[in-house]
Design a binder for this molecule. Structure first.
Ligand SMILES: Cc1cc2nc3c(=O)[nH]c(=O)nc-3n(C[C@H](O)[C@H](O)[C@H](O)COP(=O)(O)OP(=O)(O)OC[C@H]3O[C@@H](n4cnc5c(N)ncnc54)[C@H](O)[C@@H]3O)c2cc1C
Length: 454
């Protein structure tokens, strides 16, 4: 499915002479996909979408040349980092150019409390590099190994570490971004402080993020652990108690016992008759963590430092939470899909239990504890048996009637998914950074063809 003519593609190739590109069917297929297949709705809609050409620039100058060439040839331009987005975020709905940014991957400078990094750097490599200076990232998605930092800023929201430092968009987490515009003569715009919100979670529709400044904190040698409980409500209440007691945690994920067959590597460490809380705990607070587990009648299943985990054949705790729970299940049973739910404040575990009872075998539950805007925010990413789109819509409406907010993962636009409304500041910035409306077309309801410069 494409809108690009052979002549415009030939002209484009001539313009980017010297920059690496591919147009063989295998490369086009591989680099036109992400984790959209989590959703049977999106799978039906997006399976055939393909880029016409994939380019791999290595420098900011090459990126500017690609942007100018896309403008000159009027080709759609979709950016790609690790390709781990869940909603077809980097799938080119109108074909054209996919620009893979993973070669723009330099860690530019690590200072006290700040790292300057190019957007295509893989998060794991970045976090490992800052750890060498005794610091660590404030947060990362559970796709730490594959995802890029630019893809996280443009497509993600928060994750491991959000319990301690809030969501990506919370004040102080991002210092600045540098954005290349998609114009006849591409410019570099620097957005600082709160201005970063103009491109955060904009799905690469309004400028190419080339460099990012992120806040850092002192590194902790987190202990990866799991506590087991004799009931999901007990596990949830334990999670809330850790917060009332201000335990120093980087991750707190509550996973009900029916997930146990999907966590194959864990065997008896996550048995089918216990509900689990996976956590990353500061070494100085591990004793208090164990005390609280015992007070709630639970037991600690294992506690290991990061370098000990692989030796035991286990996954790190950060791959047991957030959307990795869904991945663990889908690896074993493809009949699942999922939802993303935010709970009203203050969180009431009884509501989660009512939902669990209401949906029985149709939904398996998992909750995440995070901070957002300075207070505790509980999210759920439940597994849902796929019984068609109408049923998913019904479930979302029911859960919203409980007072929860559902971030629909079965749609491609920013607004129908998480944001709920058009972000006018992002659209205003798009007028400046993508005046021809070429970037990731079809992903924002705030932009119509009539708004594009001709
Ligand atoms: C198993 C699993 C677990 C996940 N867990 C989390 C989680 O804990 N938290 C979370 O927030 N997300 C999570 N996600 C979603 C996703 O992994 C993250 O958002 C990740 O950070 C995306 O990075 P990426 O490099 O793969 O981006 P991509 O998927 O390549 O791109 C994401 C979006 O950003 C745009 N983009 C990419 N690079 C740039 C750039 N340089 N400039 C402008 N736009 C750009 C793309 O066009 C696309 O719209 C998860 C997904 C999966 C499959």
């Amino acid at each position: 499915m494409t809108t690009s003519s052979p002549s415009s593609l030939d002209a484009f190739k001539a313009e980017i002479d010297g920059i690496r590109w591919y147009d063989d069917p295998r490369s086009l297929e591989l680099r036109s996909r992400d984790y959209y297949w989590y959703s049977p709705v999106l799978k039906g809609q997006l399976d055939d979408m393909r880029a016409d050409i994939v380019v791999l620039p290595t420098t900011e100058e090459e990126i500017k040349r690609v942007a100018a060439a896309a403008v000159k040839c009027r080709l759609p331009l979709t950016l790609r980092g690790g390709g781990t987005g869940n909603y077809g975020q980097c799938i080119p709905l109108k074909g054209g150019v996919v620009m893979d940014l993973t070669r723009l991957d330099r860690v530019i400078a690590i200072e006290d409390g700040l790292v300057r990094v190019q957007a295509g750097a893989r998060i794991a490599r970045l976090d490992d590099a800052v750890r060498e200076t005794g610091q660590e990232l404030l947060m990362y998605p559970s796709t730490r190994t594959i995802a890029t930092i630019g893809g996280f800023v443009a497509g993600g929201s928060g994750g491991i570490g959000s319990l301690r430092h809030g969501m990506l968009r919370d004040a102080g987490n991002m210092d600045y971004v540098k954005v290349v515009t998609v114009e006849d003569e591409p410019q570099v715009i620097e957005l600082r402080g709160d201005e970063v919100q103009k491109v955060q979670h904009a799905y690469g529709t309004n400028g190419i993020i080339v460099e990012i400044g992120l806040a850092l904190t002192k590194a902790t040698d987190w202990i990866h652990t799991a506590a087991l409980f004799d009931g999901y409500e007990q596990a949830l209440r334990f999670c809330m108690e850790t917060q009332e007691n201000r335990l120093d945690l980087y991750l707190l994920t509550c996973v009900e016992r029916r997930f146990s067959p999907y966590y194959r590597k864990f065997g008896d460490r996550f048995p089918a008759d216990r509900d689990a809380v996976f956590a990353m705990v500061a070494p100085d607070d591990m004793a208090r963590f164990c005390e609280k587990v015992e007070e709630r009648g639970g037991s600690v299943s294992f506690s290991l430092r990061k370098d000990e985990i692989a030796g035991c054949g286990l996954q790190p705790a950060y791959e047991c939470g957030w959307n990795h729970t869904t991945l663990q299940a889908l690896k074993v049973d493809k009949s699942w899909t999922y939802l993303q739910v935010a709970y009203p404040y203050p969180f009431d575990p009884a509501l989660a239990m009512r939902q669990m009872n209401r949906y029985g075998a149709e939904m398996f539950w998992h909750h995440e504890v995070a901070m957002m805007g300075g207070r505790i925010q509980i999210f759920a990413l439940p597994l849902v048996k796929w019984h068609g789109k109408d049923r998913i819509d019904e479930l979302m409406a029911e859960i919203e009637r409980d007072g929860c907010t559902v971030f629909n993962p079965h749609v491609v636009t920013i607004e129908e998914g998480g944001m709920k409304q058009i972000d006018t500041a992002q659209i205003e910035f798009k007028r400046q950074a993508d005046p021809y409306g070429l970037m990731n077309p079809g992903k924002t309801l705030g932009w119509t063809d009539a708004m594009a410069r001709s």
